[in-house]
Design a protein around this ligand. Structure first.
Ligand code: NAD
Length: 433
């Protein structure tokens, strides 16, 4: 029986989910179960967190370049808006499902509350492989999807951002489409925009910088020296490449990198700027000659001190958790570790800095971008990075104290801090009508 199925009886599932195909939503529900005993009187509101406030499913039809019409499934889920408007990325991927977007939206609620930015949690996705589309087709998918979800997004309602396979250009098209429909230029409707369209300096690097910042804090608590530490990174996109670059600049050796096309290993450390340049030219790490290619499953056996999963969810499982030699796992990706794998890592003494704090740097600078757009006053990159680092360090410090105090994992501690904030807001607002 799958972990999701075995978990089902405790929860009244909405009719639109299948108990045997809960995917990441099943993992999220287990995380909520783990935090509930620590919520005190607020536990009476915990059901609020076990269902999304709103889920919109849209059809996205476009003309393909070959003259035919293709239809794609699109979603926008607003998990919780007790603390502010929805906020969360948009993913373009052929495997996107409603339950995945629901889980990603819920993790955004937790993340935004954990770093105390005034947003609820939301997420969107289109079930499409963007690599199979021409640039024109990608633009048409983006514009039609934005137009379809336009009824629930907006600068003070729900603000999308980039996620897997979406970037500044996609955000520019989303901003333009929403603005055209509204009849006014609404820069604040999305974050992660190009700088020339109201984007923020430092946003592109923010998630990786946040991963690095909390990683250094966690390493300090472990007595692990970053200079000379061996780092393995799964996923070499926005998050993974920047985190790898910052660790390398701090003197760490990035010994292994994996993306969807392959795995590279170099004991003395991979030249990260050179690999980034290769990816820019060729689209992936495949064919990079200055490191040894490994079979993809061997990635988990690579001797390392720090492991950064920065690709997709469900990567660290019972099948590989016991093979991981790292003392520190910093979750750049959302939901990379299953609850069972979490337990195995804990038993082995591996410290896991969970996604809901580790990758919150992106949404933190998205918050700065939104504030700058509203005030039409833009900050310097140094100011942005300094504020980001301060928020990440403070949030990590608070979570660390709760973990020590309650003798729980950093994940449960982050959920305690975040769920308390969300449910306190819920309680103070009361039920409408
Ligand atoms: N971009 C952000 O600001 C941000 C913020 C918070 C969390 N995240 C999370 O970080 C993760 C990565 O996001 P991103 O923006 O860097 O995406 P991206 O599209 O820039 O990069 C994704 C990377 O993962 C790799 N990948 C995909 N499938 C893989 C597989 N099966 N095995 C190994 N590698 C694989 C890709 O090759 C690519 O290198 C996602 O889980 C995302 O939700 C991103």
């Amino acid at each position: 029986m799958s972990q999701a199925a075995s978990h089902t009886p405790a929860h009244a599932l909405p009719s639109y989910l299948h108990s045997d195909r809960l995917g990441p939503w099943g993992i999220y529900l287990q995380q909520i179960d783990r935090v509930t005993p620590y919520l005190g009187h607020l536990a009476r509101w915990v059901e609020t967190l076990k269902r999304p406030k709103r889920a919109l499913i849209v059809d996205v039809p476009i003309h393909l370049d070959n003259g035919t019409v293709a239809h794609f499934e699109g979603y926008r889920v607003q998990h919780n808006t007790s603390r502010g408007p929805g906020k969360g990325g948009v993913r373009f991927h052929q495997d996107v499902t409603l339950s995945e977007v629901m889980a990603l939206a819920a993790w955004m609620s937790i993340k935004n509350a954990a770093v105390n930015v005034p947003f609820g949690g939301a997420k969107g996705g289109v079930r499409v492989d963007p690599k199979s589309l021409s640039l024109g087709e990608l633009e048409r998918v983006t514009r039609r999807y934005t137009s379809e979800i336009g009824i629930i997004i907006g600068p003070s309602k729900d603000i999308p951002a980039p996620d897997v396979n979406t970037n500044e250009q996609v955000m520019a098209w989303m901003m333009d489409t929403y603005s055209m429909n509204e009849g006014t230029t609404a820069t604040g409707v999305v974050t992660g925009k190009p700088i020339d369209l109201g984007g923020s300096l430092g946003r592109r690097e923010a998630t990786g910088r946040g991963v690095y910042t909390v990683g250094v804090e966690a390493a300090r608590h472990l007595g692990l020296e970053v200079a000379g530490a061996r780092v393995a990174v799964q996923g070499f996109g926005n998050v993974g490449s920047i985190a790898a670059k910052l660790f390398a600049e701090a003197g760490a050796r990035v010994v292994a990198v994996q993306d969807h096309t392959g795995t590279l290993y170099r004991e003395s450390g991979i030249d990260i700027p050179a690999l980034m340049f290769h990816v820019k030219q060729h689209g992936s790490i495949a064919g990079y000659a200055e490191a040894e290619p490994l079979p993809s499953d061997a990635f988990w056996d690579v001797p390392c001190d720090i492991l950064i999963p920065a690709a997709l969810e469900g990567q660290i499982t019972t099948a590989n958790a016991a093979r991981i030699s790292a003392r520190l796992v910093i979750e750049g990706a959302n939901g990379p570790t299953t609850p069972e794998a979490d337990d195995i890592l804990a038993e082995r003494g591996t410290l896991v800095v969970p996604d809901v704090i580790a990758n919150a740097g992106g949404v933190t600078v998205s918050y700065f971008e939104w504030v700058q757009d509203f005030s039409s006053f833009f900050w310097t990159e140094d100011e942005i990075n300094a504020r980001l680092v301060r928020i990440m360090k403070e949030a990590f410090g608070a979570v660390w104290s709760v973990a020590q105090d309650k003798k729980v994992s950093l994940r449960t501690a982050t959920f305690i801090v975040a769920c308390t904030r969300i449910l306190r807001a819920r309680e103070m607002r009361g039920l409408y009508p």
